[in-house]
Design a protein around this ligand. Sequence first.
Ligand code: KG4
Ligand code: ZN
Length: 338
Amino acid sequence: MRVLGIETSCDDTGIAIYDSVLGLLSNQLYSQAQLHSHYGGVVPELASRDHMRKIVPLIQAALQESGLKGNDINAVAYTAGPGLIGSLLVGACIGCSLAFSWNVPSIAIHHMEGHLLSPMLEDNPPVFPFIALLVSGGHTQLISATDFGKYTVLGQSLDDSAGEAFDKTAKLLGLGYPGGPMLSDIAKCGVKNRFIFPRPMTNRPGLDFSFSGLKTCVARTIGKNDNSRQTYADIARAFEDAVVDTLLIKCCRALDQTGFKRLVIAGGVSANQKLRSKITKTMNQRGEQVFYVRPEFCTDNGAMIAYVGMIRLNSKRISSNLSITVYPKWLLSDLPPI
Ligand code: KG4
Ligand code: ZN
């Protein structure tokens, strides 16, 4: 069985083909980062138009890469939400149309289930149960995952996501978009503890996050200091340390609370090296396991959507119909069971 996966929820067009026996056969990605960098953030209308331009050539490239034809595909999985409505509609329309013309099921996939299960694409995949920290541009969530399709959100950001906080702070520091990797880069030259920012919501019980106050701390610190490269690097370092410590504290709390011994970190911010090294060190000390994905699967991609499509296709509980529906604000708790 082979599933074509389509990801167009934000500013990456991702197309992949997953085979139930051979694994990933092709993975094509087009990032719109350069287009949006001129505006300092994603412009939804431009994102939809760019998906329109790229999606068909990428599907052709994915088929070519795998040496397959349309009639070798057994289902089409597409991201139906959450995300930008115009972008989602591009993937949904093409996905459902292809499924109709190939006479195979179309499967609506939840973007965050894609991130959550993305470590399953790696050689040493986690087994259930585990805690998943999903840190992306749109979400920061701690999830208890006890089986495929059985997820409980234990905590989430009440305002900005971790990725959004990275991007907004990078903007304040005059860096480009997406700011996460650039901020992390300059933070490497930052002096530890020259500035110290709070670890929000860690001094009270619970697993929710709040990152929006950190950018106010950053703005205030910029206003009170010189604008030398070193000062900006020191501020970036203080910001990154604050976010990483906060995420780490909450992950440990979620593991303690559930008694689970495995942690999965996925989503764009999970590419952050500081986050990875601190979490790895702590998990080693605790004698517990942590699972990451390779950098190209941390950010949005079609492979994770094709994989979840295969899991859902195998479950035989999919309801494929001809109505093209997207859910820009789809909650993980509203997912149909597997
Ligand atoms: O998962 P993703 O590709 O898109 C969403 O689903 O939102 O995540 C994108 C986010 C952006 O906010 C970007 O700045 C952040 O991931 N990001 C990083 C790093 N690489 C990407 N943040 C911190 N450090 C990084 N190395
Ligand atoms: Zn994402």
